[in-house]
Design a binder for this molecule. Structure first.
Ligand code: 0O2
Ligand code: 0O2
Length: 217
């Protein structure tokens, strides 16, 4: 099929860019209000053409049906400091008027066999084009920093081993996933102390320069 990919993907590029601005806006609002925010940072990408073609072959998705059947042409990733923040972010996203959740996958409570954890929302997003509104699908992955660390490393190893991990690596990845989980659990238990320390740090940081910045005891 002869397709103008740049034109086809333009609404997805716009979606990713718009959502990044909106989500970063949420983060900044929390910061300016000196409140603990559930968003640490946000990234986004439009699926590269090579990956689209590969996935369409392996998943048997016809190129004519990409818009409806390939849910992650536009992808947003939201990293949260704590596991509890994931649920706050999900709540925030569900109440937005510019997003309609069409599918929800909770790999936080139900990890995948690989050890992967994240919360996925497939959403419909209205993107304003020249003279029409187009509803495009976007996959939003919400995860902690520890989950992101594990997934990034596993993803790059997966690329190297083409999904066929030697058993030894598989076991070690499972163990690492468990450690990441334990880390999240441990951080949650001291969450309140960390939040308090962050509040004091931000407060101190914003004092005039002549007033030396120190952590409160
Ligand atoms: P800020 O203020 O630090 O958030 P673009 O290049 O225009 O497509 P962007 O947002 O610059 O868009 O790049 P991308 O790759 O989508 O998002 C990367 C953002 O995530 C960058 O922030 C990185 O600093 C941030 N980031 C990546 N890894 C980490 C991390 O481990 N910790 C933290 N705190 N941030 C990370 P911005 O948007 O440039 O600016
Ligand atoms: P990319 O762009 O390379 O990340 P389903 O048919 O619903 O069972 P599907 O469609 O693969 O399965 O959806 P799923 O399982 O929700 O996964 C979607 C995305 O989640 C993947 O995108 C990954 O980004 C991420 N993901 C899922 N499982 C794993 C895992 O075991 N390890 C890592 N690192 N990431 C995972 P893609 O399609 O791989 O594309």
């Amino acid at each position: 099929m002869d397709r103008d990919w740049e034109l086809f993907l333009l609404p997805y590029t716009q979606t990713v860019n718009e959502l990044k601005v909106k989500l970063k806006g949420i983060r900044t609002t929390y910061q300016l209000n000196k409140m603990h925010g559930p968003i640490e940072f946000v990234t986004g990408r439009v699926k590269p053409i090579n990956s689209i073609l590969l996935k369409s072959r392996t998943r048997n998705i016809s190129l004519e049906k990409l818009e409806t059947d390939m849910e992650d042409l536009a992808g947003i990733r939201i990293m949260c400091p704590f596991v509890e923040d994931i649920h706050d972010v999900v709540r925030l996203l569900k109440q937005r008027h510019d997003l309609k959740v069409v599918q929800e996958k909770d790999y936080v409570s139900h990890k995948k066999d690989s050890g992967y954890r994240s919360y996925h929302l497939i959403c419909e997003y209205p993107v304003q084009l020249i003279d029409e509104v187009k509803y495009v699908l976007v996959e939003i992955q919400i995860r902690t920093l520890a989950m992101n660390f594990w997934a990034s490393i596993e993803h790059s190893l997966n690329y190297k081993y083409q999904g066929e991990f030697p058993e030894e690596i598989n076991l070690r990845l499972q163990k690492a996933a468990e450690s990441a989980f334990q880390l999240d659990e441990e951080m949650s238990t001291i969450r309140e102390e960390i939040k308090e320390a962050q509040r004091n740090f931000i407060f101190k940081e914003q004092e005039p320069r002549h007033d030396q910045t120190h952590w409160k005891d």
